[in-house]
Design a protein around this ligand. Structure first.
Ligand code: HEM
Length: 408
């Protein structure tokens, strides 16, 4: 293990996530949320979140895709309970955000912290982190060009988060349609939802290590995945040079999913797929299966139809296994911590961390050992400074060379 490269480790975990069938959990679409839920208790809540999201996206366009992805990742695993936001759990489990299936690349956490801190100052302990995430994902989609849609609220926040919930339950970039459909079905989502929601890959991008297997040493017969347009693959190779064992994945270059309309949430993603310019295997796979291909062709032709379906699918995602009513969950005071955690727990490190001393820098938890604030004002300020908003990666545009990209 000592000599194992970081990429080999990442590959092993992605493979484990892809193959493990253990711990499969079916989800329930729960009815009972209300549009205008905070109308009396915190009437400004939705407006405040929208302003904060607009402001953040105005300063950094990568926040919009980050928030949409955060919402999906939260709801897909243990429901929309803001478990993706927890830095740690009272039990000391390693939280979801640490899983390799999240790619160590979550973006937008700081935006949620800012919204939470602001709302705590206005209406303490009223607006849940799970609802903030659902509103923020909608506002991010709207900021990226989607017509607005209603977000029903009333979700309460969960009290546990465990990275072990992901393997076998979460889609990974190497999955093909049958497995993707199976995972979505287990979560109460249809194959059409899979195709519609994958259209979120119309904005944002993926780090090179998420698809490098497609452009280097793909198979014995072909160095490049033959399902990819060769010109596109050549562009990707320019942006993503072969990985070296010592490369830090957290600083890996990131490539836009849709270079044509990169910041606009539109159905151009589907036209790109049909032109064999899908970035991830799971994107390209949507044109291999006849059923999903027919949907891709429809959405490529009809942007308005896709936008409407996307909004509806996001509403459906927002109902997955939600906690409703005072008897369930809680409204967290800070989105990164369960209420009443007097002292931060040291998580029980998974085996791969225990065996690496000193730990690999890109596997190190960055938020775990910070002291808890003891004062309400410190709480507020803390919300602004815990963690970072970005993944540390800079986007490369098609045509730019990786070597020219200034990495953080
Ligand atoms: C169908 C299975 C899916 C797979 C395998 C998948 C996988 C991925 C991967 C590997 C990335 C790149 C992460 C990175 O390198 O930073 C990514 C990014 C993204 N995903 Fe997905 N995803 C899937 C579905 C979804 C869904 C359903 C949504 C939302 C509804 C979504 C929203 C996004 C967004 C917006 C980004 C860009 C994030 C950014 O640029 O920061 N994905 N996804």
């Amino acid at each position: 293990m000592g000599n194992m490269s970081r990429y080999t480790l990442l590959f092993v975990f992605v493979l484990l996530a892809a193959t493990s069938q253990l711990g499969t959990v079916d989800a329930l679409i729960v009815d009972g949320l209300e549009v205008g839920f905070y109308g009396r208790t915190c009437p400004e809540a939705e407006g405040v979140i929208r302003d904060i999201v607009n402001n953040e996206v105005g300063m950094d366009h990568s926040i919009a895709p980050g928030l949409i992805r955060l919402f999906f990742h939260d709801c897909f695993i243990t429901g929309c309970d803001a478990s993706i936001l927890l830095d740690e759990s009272p039990a000391g489990d390693v939280p979801e955000k640490e899983s390799s299936a999240n790619g160590f690349t979550l973006v937008g956490l700081r935006t949620i912290d800012i919204a939470k801190s602001t709302l705590e100052a206005m209406c303490p302990r009223i607006v849940s982190c799970a609802d903030i995430l659902a509103f923020a994902a909608r506002d991010a989609a709207v900021a990226a060009g989607l017509p607005s849609y209603d977000v029903a609220a009333g979700r309460r926040d969960g009290m546990r988060s465990n990275m072990d919930d992901l393997p076998g339950n979460f889609p990974v970039p190497g999955h093909h349609v049958p497995r993707l459909t199976e995972l979505f079905n287990q979560r109460g989502l249809s194959q059409e939802d899979l195709v519609v929601l994958s259209g979120a890959h119309s904005i944002g991008g993926a780090h090179c290590f998420m698809f490098s297997n497609r452009i280097y040493g793909f198979s014995k017969e072909a160095d490049i995945d033959p399902s990819m347009d060769p010109i596109y693959a050549a562009q990707l190779r320019q942006m993503c040079p072969p990985q070296k064992p010592d490369d830090n994945p957290e600083q890996a270059p990131k490539v836009k999913f849709d270079a044509q309309t990169e910041e606009k949430l539109d159905s151009a993603y589907y036209s790109e797929l049909l032109a064999k310019r899908g970035l991830l295997t799971s994107d390209s796979a949507l044109i291999e299966d006849p059923q999903t291909r027919a949907m891709v062709e429809t959405f490529a032709r009809d942007d308005a139809l896709w936008q409407q379906k996307f909004a509806e699918a996001m509403q459906k995602v927002g109902m997955l296994d939600v906690l409703i009513g005072n008897a369930k969950g809680q409204v967290r005071k800070q989105c990164r911590l369960v209420n009443g955690q007097e002292q931060q727990q040291k998580p029980q490190l998974p085996w791969f961390r225990q065996q690496h001393r000193p730990p690999l820098p890109w596997l190190q938890q960055r938020h775990l050992r910070r002291p808890l604030p003891r004062h309400p004002v410190a709480d507020l300020i803390n919300g602004f400074f815990r963690g970072s908003s970005g993944s540390g990666a800079k986007f490369l545009s098609q045509g730019s060379k990786a070597q020219q990209c200034p990495l953080q």
